[in-house]
Design a protein. Structure first.
Length: 143
């Protein structure tokens, strides 16, 4: 069976989540590997949420928000930029390829960009392989 990556997406309510919705209603094809978590702002995504997603088996995490300067909460996406940059350094120091964490700015009118982002990330994660290799079951001898 071919490896299919599991991606958790933290999507801003005002822009990226609406962009995902637009992709859906416009029937723009995208990989089914993303599980969305709607947040009010990308700035509300605590780094522990991202680390927990990896710990619980995600192969990749996408944080998507409004374009810089267009945040509905003024500076949320700037906080996200700083947090993700630091988090990528932390991931690398702990043996996790920083390409597994991606941040994108996707507006409500960019359904095509949302689908393209999910497809690109899915393909890149396929190339990287699973973050948590499957554990082979141990054979138990019968008495």
């Amino acid at each position: 069976m071919a490896f299919e990556p599991r991606i958790i997406g933290f999507l801003c309510n005002w822009c990226s989540y609406s962009g995902a919705d637009l992709a859906g209603v416009s029937r723009i094809q995208s990989a089914p590997n993303l599980r969305s978590v709607r947040v009010m702002c990308s700035g509300r995504v605590d780094p522990t949420f991202i680390l927990r997603a990896f710990e619980l088996g995600a192969d990749g995490v996408l944080v998507a928000g409004c374009h810089p300067g267009d945040c509905h909460y003024a500076e949320g996406n700037y906080k996200t930029m700083r947090r993700v940059a630091l988090l990528k350094v932390l991931l690398k120091a702990n043996g996790i390829d920083p390409r597994r964490l991606r941040v994108e700015w996707i507006s409500a009118s960019e359904g095509d960009k949302f689908a393209r982002t999910v497809n690109e990330m899915t393909e890149e994660l396929r190339q990287l392989g699973p973050l948590h290799p499957a554990v082979e079951p141990v054979a138990v001898a019968a008495d």
